[in-house]
Design a protein around this ligand. Structure first.
Ligand code: AMP
Length: 114
């Protein structure tokens, strides 16, 4: 198991601007927001990248996206729309190696992403 800053946030060892938590997932505001709403949803379980996810993680990954949708409704961006992003490894832009979903909204988002 790898440990990262997100693992420490999930265990409550370092502070974060928490938005939501349940037994499997934690959501908190990104420290360097790229949109008016930029929240990260992470599993408590440490999975370094999406490429490390195993068939037994299927339910957990489903819960992660359902938590992202619940958080989007909670912060009021669901009706206008939002984007969920999972960066994987270096060329995908991943910098923290604890699987996480970015929830971005509060403005119109361009496509394709950079
Ligand atoms: P990624 O590049 O997909 O791995 O995303 C990592 C994200 O974590 C970036 O958007 C960072 O701004 C964010 N980040 C890094 N450290 C923290 C922290 N301590 N609290 C909140 N967000 C963080």
């Amino acid at each position: 198991m790898t440990d990262t800053i997100f693992g420490k946030i999930a265990r409550g060892e370092i502070p974060a601007d928490l938005i939501y938590e349940d037994e499997d997932c934690v959501a908190f505001r990104d420290i360097s927001p790229q949109a008016p709403v930029h929240i990260l949803i992470i599993p408590r379980k440490s999975i370094p990248t999406l490429d490390h996810a195993q068939p037994q993680d299927a339910e957990l990954i489903g819960k992660l996206f359902l938590a992202a949708a619940a958080v989007a409704r909670q912060v009021g961006i669901a009706d206008n729309g939002y984007r969920t992003v999972v960066n994987c490894n270096a060329a995908g832009g991943q910098t923290v190696f604890h699987l996480h979903v970015h929830l971005l909204g509060g403005r119109s988002l361009g496509w394709p992403p950079g």
